[in-house]
Design a protein around this ligand. Structure first.
Ligand code: BYC
Ligand code: FE
Ligand code: FE
Length: 472
């Protein structure tokens, strides 16, 4: 069950060959996916040989095979974590019932919406990152970008499989639409705001994989708790791939920070632009931007959708089964931010209605850990600067703080005063131009662009100077 035959037309561990209808439907979608990949995936990449890992097994160690692959020939497939016998719905009003192997009819619309929203982000991120390969800071980084891209493509397959297998005709229609909405498209944008943003430089890419893929981690964890077993199982396996995306983000930002700190120490100034570095204050601004748009991805603080998804048993909390409470939350409360007398204060909501906020809080705590590590490397270089996550009220477009003007410290301000300060807090046109001006491709194996430190080690035991991508 666990091992996957990569020679099948659609590699899978779901017994696709035994379900001819489903197999035919997915084989019809496959060329549409490839067309999309060729048109809107990584530009000018089709002929490159890329040292990629491909999933061959879903059970723990040894799930990956590493080899040179041309991306259009990547074995995108359908992999579900192994079934856990006797699994139950672990939360909500159906707690204790056997986990559902089919879609519960009364929750069909909600479940479809969750799967569609999750699925939509996957191709969106590939579209957002499609031009980055042209300006890679090293072959090592180019390979990381491509690895992330093919896996996001596979994550789309994961959701499309669920739509095809469990939602009949409207599932197939949703699968088509996944390839029709596009990141940043004026008429048919992607569903969630952050997936329409421009990601045209590598500092943004690393921030994206640190902060935005981490939203993926938390959302996938919540869906991995689902009482709808096929969704839970597919998300469990997606999480193993997700870990690498966040590694790319954490080490990527970490290497830019390390180089900035080195240059700052060497020249005894934070202003390292004359030396071709990305200065720490600019890194802080990019962090403010990416973190704040990602906080929006958790939805409103007070959400009946969130409460319903939970009570229906469709979407749980982070590490639901490890939490010590009744998992029904009829009487529980949760602290939520409110605005009182022009200040951010702490209010109380029912735990059910505050499900989104709780996940956002779990996410923030997880984000902070990498920031602490980056700060250690700044201190180690002997530089007096500290990166800080902005307050959750800062630069928000969903929920309580929408249409508010809060500083990164969390002070609510007048619009004019905020706007006069915004250039200190968010990347300006000039900052963006400067960062973009540094983005020139580096193609010599082992060589790094000047603004980024080399990684500590290579991929899969290979040296850093390994030819991770053979360009053609
Ligand atoms: N943008 O009740 P609320 C990943 C809408 S990332 C635009 O708070 P809910 C990945 C909302 O739809 C993980 N609209 O919303 C990362 C609702 O609309 P209606 C992606 C937004 O439903 C990197 C209204 O506002 N997975 O995998 O509780 C690379 C009321 O809001 C936004 C998921 O998101 C927004 N940010 O929460 C590749 C999991 N936020 O009903 C991949 C599935 C809210 O008024 N999705 N709205 O028309 C969900 O669980 C929920 O849809 C959300 C939103 C948590 C996103
Ligand atoms: Fe993903
Ligand atoms: Fe990801």
């Amino acid at each position: 069950m666990a091992t996957v035959d990569l020679n099948q037309k659609i590699p899978n561990n779901v017994g696709l060959a035994d379900d001819r209808r489903l197999q035919r439907a997915l084989e019809k979608w496959q060329p549409e996916f490839l067309n999309w990949w060729n048109e809107l995936g990584p530009v000018q990449s089709a002929a490159n040989d890329v040292y990629l890992r491909t999933a061959i097994d879903v059970s723990g160690a040894g799930w990956a095979q590493f080899d040179y692959v041309r991306m259009p020939e990547y074995r995108w497939g359908i992999f579900l974590a192994d079934k856990e016998e006797g699994r139950e719905v672990n939360f909500g009003s159906h707690k204790g019932e056997a986990a559902w192997q089919d879609v519960p009819g009364e929750y069909r619309a909600e479940l479809r919406r969750l799967i569609v929203t999750q699925g939509d982000t996957e191709p969106a991120s590939v579209e957002q990152q499609r031009r980055l390969g042209m300006i890679c800071p090293s072959l090592y980084d180019l390979r990381s970008l491509y690895q992330v891209n093919v896996e996001e493509g596979r994550h789309l397959w994961a959701m499309v499989y669920l739509l095809h297998a469990y939602f009949g005709r409207d599932g197939r229609e949703e699968a088509e639409e996944m390839l029709q909405r596009h990141a940043g498209d004026a008429d048919k944008p992607r569903i969630l705001e952050a997936f329409n943003e421009n990601t045209d430089n590598w500092l943004s890419f690393f921030m994206f994989t640190y902060f935005q893929d981490r939203d993926g981690k938390f959302q996938l964890h919540s869906l991995a708790e689902s009482g709808f077993d096929p969704l839970a199982r597919t998300c469990q396996f997606m999480l193993t791939e997700e870990a690498h995306h966040m590694f790319v983000g954490e080490t990527g930002v970490g290497r830019v920070v390390k180089r900035a700190a080195q240059m700052s120490a060497e020249h005894d100034t934070l202003d390292i632009r004359p030396h071709g570095g990305i200065d720490l204050p600019t890194i802080q601004k990019y962090m403010n931007f990416h973190f704040s748009i990602c906080l929006d991805l958790f939805g409103q603080e007070h959400s009946t959708n969130g409460a319903n998804y939970y009570s229906m048993g469709l979407k749980g909390r982070y590490l639901e089964t490890k939490i010590d409470d009744d998992h029904v939350l009829t009487d529980a409360v949760y602290n939520v931010p409110i605005i009182e007398n022009g200040k951010v204060a702490t209010g109380e909501d029912t735990a059910l209605l505050a499900i989104n906020e709780r996940l956002r809080d779990d996410y923030i705590a997880d984000c902070q850990r990498g920031v602490d590590r980056w700060n250690k490397s700044i201190r180690d270089a002997g530089v007096d600067f500290e990166l800080t996550l902005p307050h959750k009220a800062f630069h928000r477009n969903i929920g309580t703080f929408r249409s508010q003007y809060a500083s990164p410290g969390g002070e609510i301000m007048e619009k004019d005063a905020w706007e006069a300060k915004a250039h200190e807090w968010l990347p300006t046109e000039d900052d963006r131009k400067y960062v973009l001006s540094l983005m020139a491709p580096v193609h010599e194996p082992g060589k790094m662009a000047n603004w980024i430190a080399p990684p500590d080690r290579g991929i899969h035991g290979q040296p850093i100077e390994f030819e991770y991508v053979r360009l053609h």
